[in-house]
Design a protein around this ligand. Structure first.
Ligand code: ATP
Ligand code: MG
Length: 379
């Protein structure tokens, strides 16, 4: 494929924080960016060269994007696959509509991953209430998850009995779900892959992820797991990207079970919150990889320059005024990233910071201290 070179106009569907960081990475190299997002105040829109304010299914707006951009990518998986197909008739699109469609639907996603010979958490596809009449024993206690449109733990209910599963299915609106067995996790990790094509793929170092109330809280890199588990995770992520013939940045979330076995939880067809550490700690960030893979360039080197801990900043710490940024910015080894969102809400991702240190343990200790400082300075 011909390389797309700087000064070309790149398009992105979605103007949230991921779109914003893509825009910054693209512009740093000298590309121009058009964002399509219905929100006139989107985090990426204000930084882009052009902002088309329209819905993701607005065909005229998609045509405008396709006509003005030499290549288009997306920052979220819930863009209609049909919109990507529409764009692909007129311009280069990565990831493909097909890849995004797989990640949009937990049932397809899990089937695809296990058909590729990779392990997923044991699950049942629940497409109607009758599917809950079968023997659920192997899957309880479990989590009933909406097959589509869930994120940050939304659309998920923990259930212990078949009766609870039925009630939860009704509560979730009788839409397609998966019932997944609740596993005992040693920890959770993720691997981000960047792939331009056959033989042009690379993985980032493994992140160890801690969640709070279903939302990513902290990523620790390198993950505190054995080197063999880390190598296996990177290998599995790469195999999945190959199986999908995936072009772009693919995030793969794993569960590490008590016995050290890995299973894939889910995938995201885009840069991932657990990859924000790469902005400051890797030679190439996940967003630059999104630019490079979109432009047909080989992925950049993913070497880790320093141990790092990433902390998410949720709207919870805002309350009446801004958190104590002066204290955070006074730390020379802490890198603050705010997304420019106008209003803070509980659970809303407003920014993150990366702490770089000699080793992951001291980065973690400092990160936790700063996190509680930000919470307390508001109390
Ligand atoms: P996000 O968009 O933040 O990745 P999500 O809404 O897609 O979240 P999942 O990744 O499916 O949700 O689950 C969120 C978290 O819930 C997981 O990271 C894990 O901590 C926990 N969890 C999910 N499924 C299981 C399971 N089968 N066993 C144990 N814990 C689970
Ligand atoms: Mg998840």
């Amino acid at each position: 494929m011909k390389h797309i070179l700087p000064n070309a106009m790149l398009g992105i569907l979605g103007g949230g924080q991921l779109g914003r960081m893509f825009t910054m990475a693209a512009r740093a190299i000298g590309y121009r960016v058009t964002v399509l997002d219905p929100d006139p105040d989107s985090p990426a829109g204000s930084l882009a060269d052009a902002h088309i304010v329209a819905g993701y299914d607005d065909l005229a707006a998609l045509d405008r994007l396709a006509e003005t951009s030499v290549a288009v990518t997306t920052e979220f998986e819930n863009v209609p696959a049909e919109s990507l197909r529409h764009l692909a008739r007129k311009t280069r699109v990565s990831p493909s509509a097909e890849s995004v469609a797989i990640a949009q639907d937990r049932i397809r996603e899990k089937r695809y991953i296990s058909d590729a010979g990779l392990t997923v958490a044991p699950f049942l596809a629940i497409e109607s209430a009758e599917d809950l009449d079968q023997d659920l024993n192997g899957h309880l206690p479990g989590i009933l998850k909406l097959a589509r449109l869930g994120y940050d733990g939304k659309g998920q209910v923990r259930v212990k009995t078949p009766e609870e599963a039925k009630a939860a299915f009704a509560r979730l609106g009788r839409k397609s779900c998966v019932l997944e067995r609740l596993l005992n996790l040693r920890t959770e990790i993720s691997v981000i892959v960047a792939r331009t094509g056959p033989g042009e793929a690379i993985t980032f170092p493994v992140a160890e992820n801690r969640h709070e109330s279903g939302i990513l809280d902290i990523s620790i890199v390198p993950a505190r797991i054995g080197g063999d588990i880390a190598a296996e995770a990177r290998n599995m992520a790469l195999r999945l990207a190959e199986a999908m013939d995936y072009i772009g940045v693919l995030a793969v979330e794993f569960f590490v079970l008590e016995n050290g076995d890995l299973c894939i939880n889910e995938i995201a067809p885009r840069p991932h919150n657990s990859g924000h550490y790469t902005l400051d700690a890797c030679l190439t960030s996940q967003f630059e990889q999104q630019v490079r893979t979109l432009c047909g360039l080989p992925p950049g080197d993913t070497r880790l320059l320093s141990p790092v801990v990433m902390v998410n900043l949720l709207g919870d710490i805002w309350r009446d005024d801004e958190p104590a940024w002066d204290k955070l910015l006074s730390e020379p080894n802490v890198m603050l990233h705010l997304y420019g969102k106008k209003t803070a809400r509980i659970g809303r991702k407003m920014g993150h910071f990366n702490v770089l240190a000699e080793d992951a343990e001291s980065a973690l200790a400092q990160a936790l201290e700063l996190k509680s400082m930000l919470q307390e300075s508001k109390a």
